[in-house]
Design a protein around this ligand. Structure first.
Ligand code: HAM
Length: 416
């Protein structure tokens, strides 16, 4: 360990107002999810490695480069979750939730990917995550996209964000597309990166998501999935687009959008922004009808999305969200008042008022502390006040003072 104690690269401590902002993002998303009929679900932050390895795609960056996988002391191969969806499907199967379908599940929490840290990209990051299991309908796809945009709107950040949409079609469509891609890339095999040569053998669709500059150039002329949709895939996508338009959701069709994970089919979408530099995707998601069956569960259609909390936090206007919570302090003068102040504080707190006691010896220092914690109200009590069962209420912003009966304290504070 280095002599200077540091957090691990790519992790961050969240303190005070940063953490308030974090919770604001979580609560805003969760409250909207509740309006859409979601239940809360918390799954473990680690799973058997195969839960992710066998589902996210063996040629995805997440599986090949980014997973935190280790042997535990019992010799089990464990992975810190790099995303929610696979763990949620595992929970669905292992708990036999089939009889509860359809399920609407909201989660939030930390995820782990060994990526190169930069603005908006961490090794421990956090997501809000929504999944709906058991329904296949373009209307549901529209509904979940509307829900994601409502979250962005409620956070006050929708202005700077655009919705990108694509369809990967059904299995049959992707099989034909895959053959065509293989043929195309074979013609360019000598110019492909080493990684993409491997991808070509295992899953040529992954080359479309390559970060290599030369691969990107080759991708520009690659065949596009939209040329291969069968009737069903085409109809499904058309119905979704019509519903989004009817609901005034603006979107850009992006035929080269592929997403970084393999389990998707039909609808995929990303909400992106220019305001965060290179890490512009704030919410990503799509339909994954085959995933649960692949994992050994019953065939179960599903769709969902996840938003990166750190990226959402970057966009929220701090001043607008950080509502001024009423903070009260008690300035006690003299020993008896000092003792009484704890009982008064307890009554106020029982009535949902935030009270911070100053723990300073001198009256002047107590007032200084009141300023430091941004207390709006100081309740001043000394011998004289106690005798008369009154308190002096000082408004710290305006400086105005008022004597009121202790019995009326709660009513008075309720006016602030
Ligand atoms: P994803 O696109 O891998 O999808 O991640 C979703 C979001 O998580 C990204 O758009 C980004 O905002 C955030 N994110 C990802 N990696 C990082 C990182 N290293 N640092 C900070 N933020 C990051 C999924 O995870 C899918 N499970 C989404 C989904 C749910 N699809 C269906 N249901």
């Amino acid at each position: 360990m280095s002599t200077k104690l540091q957090p691990v690269r790519g992790t961050k401590d969240l303190f005070a107002s940063d953490y308030r902002l974090f919770l604001h993002v979580v609560n805003t998303a969760r409250n909207i999810a509740i309006n859409y009929g979601f239940d809360d679900l918390a799954t473990p932050i680690f799973e058997f490695a195969d839960v992710f390895r066998k589902t996210l795609g063996e040629e995805t960056d997440v599986v090949t480069k980014e997973m935190y996988t280790f042997l535990d002391k019992g010799g089990e191969e464990i992975t810190l979750r790099p995303e929610f969806t696979a763990g949620i499907c595992r929970a669905f199967i292992s708990n036999g939730y089939t009889q509860h379908l359809p399920l609407r599940l909201f989660s939030h929490g930390p995820l782990f990917r060994y990526e190169r840290p930069q603005k908006g990209r961490q090794r421990q990051f956090h997501q809000i995550n929504a999944e709906i299991l058991g329904i296949k309908s373009p209307m549901l796809d529209a509904e979940i996209i509307i829900m994601a945009s409502q979250i962005l709107e409620k956070l006050g950040i929708s202005e700077s964000i655009q919705l990108n949409l694509n369809s990967l079609g059904d299995k049959e469509t992707r099989k034909i597309y895959r053959d065509s891609l293989t043929e195309y890339y074979r013609d360019h095999i000598n110019s492909l990166s080493e990684d993409s040569k491997v991808r070509l053998q295992k899953n040529p669709l992954r080359i479309l998501d390559s970060k290599d500059e030369n691969d990107k150039k080759i991708n520009l002329n690659a065949p596009r999935i939209s040329e291969f949709y069968n009737q069903e895939s085409n109809d499904y996508y058309a119905a979704l687009k019509e519903l989004l338009t009817l609901n005034a959701i603006k979107f850009t069709e992006n035929p080269s959008l592929v997403r970084g994970l393999d389990y998707y089919e039909h609808t995929i979408f990303e909400f992106i922004t220019d305001a965060l530099g290179a890490q512009g995707t704030v919410i990503g998601g799509g339909r994954y009808d085959g995933l649960i069956e692949t994992m050994g569960g019953p065939p179960t259609p599903a769709i969902g999305f996840a938003g990166g909390i750190e990226r959402l936090m970057e966009l929220v206007d701090f001043k607008n969200f950080d509502a001024n919570v009423l903070t009260v302090t008690i300035i006690a003068i003299g020993e008896r008042a000092e003792k009484e102040s704890l009982a008064i504080a307890t009554i106020l707190r029982n009535n949902n008022i935030r009270v911070i006691l100053p723990y300073q010896n001198q009256v002047g220092k107590k007032f200084k502390y009141a300023d430091k914690i941004n207390a709006k109200i100081a309740i001043v009590i000394g011998e004289e006040e106690l005798e008369k069962n009154v308190a002096k209420i000082k408004n710290m912003l305006t400086g105005s003072e008022e004597i009121i009966s202790i019995d009326n304290l709660l009513d008075k504070l309720g006016q602030y």
